[in-house]
Design a protein around this ligand. Structure first.
Ligand SMILES: *[C@@H]1O[C@H](CO)[C@@H](O)[C@H](O)[C@H]1NC(C)=O
Ligand SMILES: *[C@@H]1O[C@H](CO)[C@@H](O)[C@H](O)[C@H]1NC(C)=O
Ligand SMILES: *[C@@H]1O[C@H](CO)[C@@H](O)[C@H](O)[C@H]1NC(C)=O
Length: 486
C-alpha cells in the first residue's frame, strides 16, 4: 500500500443482521480510493462490495448518504457519483478537468482571461443534500469555486449559477477546508451556511456566510447572502490587516452541523494572541487552535456569532488540532454514563496532540466526546460574563484589537441570539471534551458512529491504509478502528 493522502473518504456501510436490509451507512475518511461495504461481520473484518474511484489520482473527497433511501452521493476529483447502498454505480457525472487559472476573475465562462490556462482538476469541496427540495448541491474548486444544483435521481443539472460574485465560494483546492450546512425550511427557501478557507483571497471570499437556497433553481437570488447591506450582512470576512500580521492566516472548516436552533462549525485556525499578533513568521512557527462557532438559525445579521476554543486534555497532554468530528445521538448506555437523555446530541471528535503542526499533525491523537448541552452551557456562561461587562470580546483575528465587553442588563437564556453590542464574541477558555481513547502511533483522521442495541459503535479511521483493527469495548462505548486493505 502506498501513501495515502490525509483527508479523503473510504466508505463503509453496515447491514444489520436478519432485519429487512435496512442499510446503515457511514462515511469514514480513510485512504481515498475505495469504498467498502461491510456487513454485520464487520467486526471480523469481512468486506463485501467495494467501489473504486476511476483513477488513483482522482480520490474520493466527500460522501453523503441520503437519510431515507440510503443512496450514496460521492464527490470526487473530477466526478460526482451516485451509488446504490450496495455500492453499485448508478450515475457518474463529469466535473473536470477543465482549462482554468486561479488568477482569473470572474471565470472564463463569463469573460475571457488573459492568464495562461491549464487543464485543472476539479476537487469536490462540498456535497450536500437539500432535503426540502430533493436536490444535491455540489461545489468544486474550479473557476473560483462554483456550484451545481443537481436532481437527486439522475444528477441532471438544475442550475449552475455563475453570473454573480456570490456564486464563487472559494478556489482553495485542498479538501477538508470548506464545510456547509443546509437548514431546510418546510415549503420555503432553504438556507446554506458555509465556512471556507479563502486561500489568501480574503477580500473576495467571506470566511463564513449564510446564503439563500430558493426553491426555484432558476431564481436570481440563488446563493445570495441572506442579508447584505452597508451595515449588517450575513457574512464575515477576514480583515486584510490580519493577513498583514499573520501572513498565512486562514480558517479551515473541518466540520459543521445543526442542532436545535443553532448551526455550528468546527475549525482549525492560527492563534492570534491577545497581546498583539506575532510578526511575520512562517506557517511552521504558528500555534493553531481548534474552535467551535455557533450561530442562531435565522440570525441574518450574525449577531449571534460566538467562537470558543475546543480540545481535550488527557493526563496533562493537550489535544488541540481537530482532525474530524461527527454528530450523533447518545445511545442508551452512553447517555446514562454522561447523565443525559438518549435523545440528546453528542459530538465525537478526534484531535491530534499539541498546537503547532497543523500541516503535519502528530500521530499522537485522541477521541473525545462533547455533549452539545455542555457546549451550549459554556457559550451561555461566556455571553453572560461578557454582558456583565467583564473582559474583552477576545476575537483578535477579526477585531484586530482589544474591545471591551459592554455591560447591558439583558436576560441571557438558552435561546439568546445576540444584540448589536458584544458581537461577534470570541473567548479563550478551552471547552474540553471527555477523552475516551488515545492512539500514539497512527493518527486518527476520521470518526463516525451508529447506535446498535443502545450502544454507540464508533468507527475510527487512521492515517495509513494498512490493515489495523482494534476492538475495544468499554462499558459505554464500542470502539472500532479499522482500515480495510485497499
Ligand atoms: C444492488 O442494488 C441494486 C439497486 O438497489 C440492485 O438492483 C442490485 O441487484 C444490487 N446488487 C447486489 C449485488 O446486491
Ligand atoms: C491545487 O493547486 C495547486 C496550485 O494551483 C496544485 O499544485 C495542486 O496540485 C492542486 N491540488 C489538487 C488536489 O488539485
Ligand atoms: C444528572 O443530571 C441531573 C439533571 O440534569 C442532575 O440533577 C444530577 O445531579 C446529575 N447527576 C450527576 C451524577 O451528575
Amino acid at each position: 500500500m502506498g501513501t495515502c493522502s490525509d483527508k479523503g473518504w473510504t466508505y463503509h456501510s453496515l447491514t444489520k443482521g436478519h432485519h429487512p436490509p435496512k442499510v446503515m451507512s457511514w462515511p469514514l475518511a480513510l485512504c481515498l480510493f475505495t469504498l467498502v461495504v461491510l456487513n454485520q461481520k464487520t467486526a471480523l473484518g469481512q468486506t463485501m462490495n467495494t467501489f473504486q474511484s476511476e483513477r488513483r489520482e482522482w480520490p474520493l473527497n466527500h460522501v453523503t448518504v441520503h437519510q431515507s433511501t440510503g443512496t450514496l452521493y460521492i464527490g470526487a476529483v473530477n466526478r460526482i457519483y451516485k451509488l446504490s447502498a450496495n455500492l453499485t454505480l448508478l450515475v457518474s457525472h463529469d466535473t473536470g478537468p477543465e482549462y482554468d487559472n486561479k488568477a482569473c476573475y470572474p471565470p472564463l465562462i463569463v469573460q475571457p482571461c488573459s492568464e495562461p490556462l491549464a487543464s485543472t482538476d476539479n476537487v469536490n469541496k462540498l456535497l450536500l443534500i437539500d432535503y426540502s427540495h430533493n436536490r444535491l448541491l455540489a461545489c468544486g474548486s474550479l473557476y473560483q469555486g462554483i456550484c451545481k444544483l443537481m436532481r437527486l435521481d439522475d444528477l441532471f443539472i438544475l442550475v449552475e449559477p455563475t453570473h454573480k460574485k456570490e456564486h464563487y465560494l472559494s478556489s482553495d483546492n485542498q479538501t477538508g477546508t470548506m464545510y456547509g450546512v443546509v437548514v431546510p425550511s418546510q415549503g420555503q427557501d432553504a438556507t446554506l451556511y458555509i465556512g471556507t478557507a479563502v486561500g489568501g483571497k480574503q477580500d473576495y471570499f467571506p470566511t463564513i456566510s449564510s446564503r439563500k437556497l430558493p426553491r426555484d433553481p432558476e431564481s436570481s437570488a440563488m446563493l445570495d447572502y441572506e442579508l447584505h447591506t452597508d451595515f449588517v450582512s450575513s457574512l464575515i470576512k477576514i480583515p486584510s490587516d490580519t493577513l498583514a500580521l499573520v501572513a498565512h492566516f486562514d480558517i479551515y472548516y473541518i466540520y459543521g452541523f445543526s442542532s436545535g436552533s443553532f448551526v455550528y462549525f468546527m475549525t482549525v485556525q492560527p492563534e492570534t494572541p491577545e497581546n498583539g499578533m506575532p510578526a511575520g513568521g512562517s506557517p511552521g512557527d504558528l500555534f493553531y487552535t481548534s474552535r467551535i462557532i455557533r450561530l442562531c438559525k435565522g440570525d441574518k445579521k450574525f449577531h449571534s456569532y460566538v467562537s470558543l476554543p475546543v480540545g481535550c486534555v488527557h493526563r496533562g497532554e493537550e489535544f488541540r488540532l481537530l482532525q474530524a468530528a461527527y454528530l450523533s445521538k447518545a445511545g442508551r448506555v452512553l447517555a446514562k454514563s454522561l447523565n443525559i437523555s438518549s435523545q440528546e446530541d453528542i459530538l465525537f471528535a478526534v484531535f491530534s496532540k499539541g498546537q503547532k503542526q497543523y500541516h503535519d499533525p502528530s500521530d499522537h491523537s485522541a477521541l473525545c466526546i462533547f455533549t452539545i448541552q455542555a457546549i451550549n452551557i459554556r457559550i451561555k456562561e461566556r455571553l453572560q460574563s461578557c454582558y456583565q461587562g467583564e473582559g474583552n470580546l477576545e476575537l483578535h483575528w477579526l477585531l484586530g484589537k482589544d474591545v471591551q465587553c459592554t455591560k447591558a442588563p439583558v436576560p441571557i437564556d438558552d435561546h439568546f441570539c445576540g444584540l448589536d453590542i458584544n458581537q461577534p464574541l470570541g473567548g479563550s477558555q478551552l471547552v474540553s471534551g471527555q477523552t475516551v481513547f488515545t492512539e500514539r502511533r497512527e493518527r486518527l483522521t476520521s470518526v463516525t458512529s451508529y447506535i446498535y442495541n443502545g450502544h454507540n459503535v464508533v468507527f475510527l479511521g487512521t492515517r495509513s491504509g494498512r490493515l489495523k483493527k482494534t476492538l475495544k469495548a468499554s462499558p459505554s462505548l464500542v470502539l472500532i478502528t479499522l482500515n480495510p486493505v485497499l
